[in-house]
Structure formats: C-alpha cells, structure tokens
Design a protein around this ligand. Structure first.
Ligand SMILES: [Fe+2]
Length: 294
C-alpha cells in the first residue's frame, strides 16, 4: 500500500556498545589489503573489549592519550621509548616467541633487540677489544663458534655485538662521556667459524626511568632492572638472522628481568682465569633458511 506524506525515516538502531563495535568493524571491512583488514578488525575488537572490560573512564582515556603522546615525545635518534614500552609490557618477547619459537630447532634461542642497538658499528679484527673507554670493567674474553644445527661451522658469519659499560650505560646513552663506538663492534667468524672478542663484563642496568615508561614501571610496583648481558646479532648468507643475548650466570635479576628477555639456554659462565680475566664460551647456532640439509 502506497503511503503518502513524510518519507519514512531510515531506521537507526540504538547505539549500544555492541552495535558501535560492529559498526566500526563494518567500516573497515572494505580495506583492500587483506592482511591490513584482518589486523584492523582484530585491533578494533580487542581495543573495544579492553575498554569495556575495565569500564574505562574519560579521565583514564585522556591519561592514556597523554601517556602515549609523552612516549612519542621522548623518542629521538637515540631514545626509543615505544620500544621500551613494548619491552616492558612483554610484547617484544611475545612477538619474538610468535615468530621464532621452534621447539624442534637446536638453533640458539633468540631474544629481544632492545632499545640501544645502533647500526654500523665498527668492524673489528678477530680477538680485538671493543673497549674504548676504561671505567674499571672486569676484562672478559668472549669466544666460541658460529655453526649450523648439524655442527658445521659457518665461516664469515658476522657478529654484531653491543653491551653496557661498568657504569651501567650504553655508549649511545652517554654522548660526551663514552666514545660513540665504545663496547660495540662487528666481528667476523674465521675459516673454522670461530670468533673471539675482548670486552668487559656487562653489568645489570636500570631501563631509562626518567620517562613515561619508567614511571609506569614504578607505578605498577616493578623494579626497572635488566640482568647483565651482551647483545648479539649474528648473520650469514643462507641463514635466519639471529638476534640474541649472552647472560652472565652470576648476574642479579636473571629471574625477574624487567623486559622478560632471559632464556635459560642463554645464561653462560664467565670463568675466572689465572691472569685475572674472565672467559665466556658461547656458540651461536644458526638455522638454515631452507631447513637442515638432507
Ligand atoms: Fe641491553
């Protein structure tokens, strides 16, 4: 039956919490890139569920916006507060597990990159020291072999190493105090896959506590300390790039590392020698990109 007069108004369902979430998801359904569509739908779903679960107040929402704004403002060429946020929330370690955990692999376990990696470290000779600033660190020789999962050496593998000084800071945190290339260097495994590095014992350190992330860690009753470690990125053609740490077995905080980076297989002995140095032997085992041969 034809009805004259006012045209019918489109019916708008009441905007409930559930209807709003559905409406936002419906809007992103047209995203041409399938992966972006999948990520955005899950992001909206989880973000809305989070706000609903805690019944987020307007003041809390604004505090969250301010926190993220401040986190962004803390970032520059040498300070990455968002990486620190990801690290302290366990997200970085989760991404590492999602992408690299493989119970069937005997390759060296990876762990997080952390916020202090600086690319293009100086190339250093086999056995050379990466100490350019003496602040009383205990001398250490780190050595071992780079090999594949079958035990075959990987000659020419590049080991990009970085660590903190005895004062707890990385060179990148102390411009004008430490030389920019102190305690970092790129070494190359020899024809037998061996490497040797002269350095100092790393020490536990507090993550930067003067920014929003440090404040959040304190506000949640956590300590800001990381267990002592040497960082390594190990690469060779045909192998999965490895980002990992070597932890000192005698370090504090191995059981409560504030960024959840410790894996038992990465904890090593720093063994005292007659000449007063410490020796740490650690093999890096790389995974072939096409899987083990044979
Ligand atoms: Fe570190």
């Amino acid at each position: 039956m034809l009805v004259t007069g006012e045209p019918p108004q489109p019916s708008t369902p009441p905007l409930t919490e559930e209807a709003l979430t559905d409406e936002v998801i419906a809007r992103v359904q047209a995203t041409p890139d399938a992966r972006l569509r999948e990520v955005m739908i899950a992001l909206v779903r989880h973000l809305h569920a989070f706000a609903k679960q805690v019944r987020l107040t307007e003041a809390e929402w604004l505090a969250g916006i301010r926190f993220l704004t401040e986190t962004g403002r803390m970032c520059d060429d040498t300070r990455q507060e968002f990486v620190l946020l990801s690290d302290t929330l366990g997200l970085s370690s989760l991404i590492d597990l999602i992408n690299h955990a493989d119970a069937s692999s005997t390759a060296t376990e990876p762990t997080i990159l952390g916020p202090f990696y600086v690319p293009d470290s100086p190339e250093r000779e086999y056995g050379a020291s990466m100490v350019e600033f003496d602040d009383g660190g205990e001398p250490v020789v780190l050595h071992g072999t780079v090999r594949d999962e079958e035990g075959t050496p990987v000659p020419g593998a590049v080991l990009d190493l970085w660590q903190n000084a005895a004062n707890g800071s990385y060179a990148v945190q102390q411009p004008g105090v430490q030389p920019a290339t102190n305690l970092r260097g790129r070494y190359r495994a020899d024809d037998a896959g061996r490497y040797e590095v002269r350095t100092v014992r790393p020490v536990p350190y507090s993550i930067p506590a003067d920014g929003p992330v440090g404040r959040l860690v304190a506000d949640t009753g956590r300590h800001p300390w990381r267990a002592a470690h040497i960082h390594a990125k190990v690469t060779a053609p045909g192998f999965d790039a490895l980002t990992t740490h070597v932890f000192d077995r005698e370090s504090a905080y191995l059981d409560s590392d504030t960024v959840f980076g410790v894996k038992q297989s990465l904890i090593k002995d720093f063994v005292a020698q007659a000449d007063g140095t410490l020796r740490c032997e650690h093999d890096f085992v790389l995974r072939r990109l096409d899987g083990p041969p044979g």
